[in-house]
Design a protein around this ligand. Structure first.
Ligand code: CO
Ligand code: ZN
Length: 333
């Protein structure tokens, strides 16, 4: 799990994915025929089919994570911020953050009596230990972006880390490239940028490739914690094959292929309906004349917090199912 941990720990909020991209590039360069970075920053690795008239399949995971961007520095040196991606304020209070230049801070909140129990972002600030504005501005500038600062660790058979969303998807793609023995179609492994701010990398990636089929690999919510919402997905119960989320309906042929490949190869799987949230597939599906799309999800607790939790067996099941997809393609049988 060393690579998975390293991927999660690396700095890479949306729009600042460079370090993650370099790490992935170094890990995959020997496993593909061609590797390119598009103008938006997507990393695209190509493995051609050995036959003529192969289909194009795009397999993607997003490199970016959520973050906080500095909007204002006050006289006492506290930083006000706004969000990069979906921030739940109650999940980030008193957590550590790190800027691209290595400056560390902690997230605090105003303590006046009117401050709401569930604070708004404009009640919160980042404390980088500066004693005044001048000292703070020597460390961090307006527009600098912080990511959470956290070290990944394995808890028995589970992985606890920030940015499992979606470095664990990136990890599954890397593992698939390394373990793949045979493949039927032209494969494009795409590590996208800026998913968390509106699926932006997925759009340019899919437009350039114009694939027939696409799968996004991402995390999904679960219904397996105390008093959680009724959702039939739990960690440790297999790769989740998405049926629907709030921005996407799976292509039925793709979805049924995924289910039958899982059954044939004895890969544990579960069907997923996610009521809030979506993935890169929502964008890919509507590019050009449309792309036949599906999603494989790694069930994950505490998404968009500094401590997301998933099960190692689900990571393995996801890679196994991806290997089946590479071997058999996604066309109707
Ligand atoms: Co996310
Ligand atoms: Zn994600």
């Amino acid at each position: 799990m060393e690579l998975a941990k390293r991927l999660c720990d690396t700095y890479g909020p949306a729009g600042r994915e460079g370090a993650v991209r370099e790490l992935i590039k170094a890990e995959i360069k020997d496993y593909c025929t061609d590797i390119a970075v598009d103008r938006l920053g997507n990393l695209i690795a190509y493995i051609p089919a050995k036959r003529k008239n192969a289909e194009k399949i795009m397999l993607c995971a997003h490199m970016d994570e959520i973050g906080l961007i500095v909007t204002y520095v006050d006289k006492k040196g506290f930083l006000r911020f706004t969000n990069i991606g979906g921030i739940f304020t109650e999940r980030i209070l008193y957590e550590r953050v790190i800027f691209e230049n290595g400056v560390i801070g902690v997230i605090g909140v105003e303590t006046k009596p009117e401050t709401p129990k569930q604070p708004r972002m404009d009640n919160m600030y980042i404390d980088i230990g500066a004693k005044n504005r001048e000292e703070a501005e020597a460390m961090v500038r307006i527009g600098d972006i912080a990511a959470f600062s956290q070290n990944a660790m394995v808890l028995k058979k589970r992985l606890l880390a920030k940015a499992l969303d979606d470095r664990i998807g990136c990890y599954c793609l890397i593992e698939t490239m390394r373990k793949m023995k045979s493949h039927k179609d032209d494969l494009y492994f795409v590590f996208t940028v800026q998913e968390e701010v509106g699926l932006r990398g997925a759009r340019t990636g899919a437009y350039a490739i114009s694939p027939t089929y696409a799968l996004a690999i991402d995390v999904t919510d679960t219904g397996d914690t105390p008093e959680s919402s009724k959702m039939a997905v739990s960690i440790g119960s297999g790769v989740a094959i998405k049926v629907k989320d709030s921005g996407f309906i799976s292509n039925p042929v793709v979805k049924e292929n995924l289910v039958s490949y899982a059954q044939e190869a004895d890969i544990p799987y579960q069907l997923e309906i996610l009521e809030h949230g979506t993935t890169d597939a929502a964008m890919i599906q509507v590019v050009k004349q449309g792309v036949l799309s599906g999603v494989l999800s790694i069930p994950t607790r505490y998404i968009h917090s500094t401590n997301e939790l998933c099960d190692l067996s689900d990571i393995d099941a996801t890679v196994q199912l991806l290997l089946q997809v590479c071997k058999k393609g996604l066309s109707p049988s």
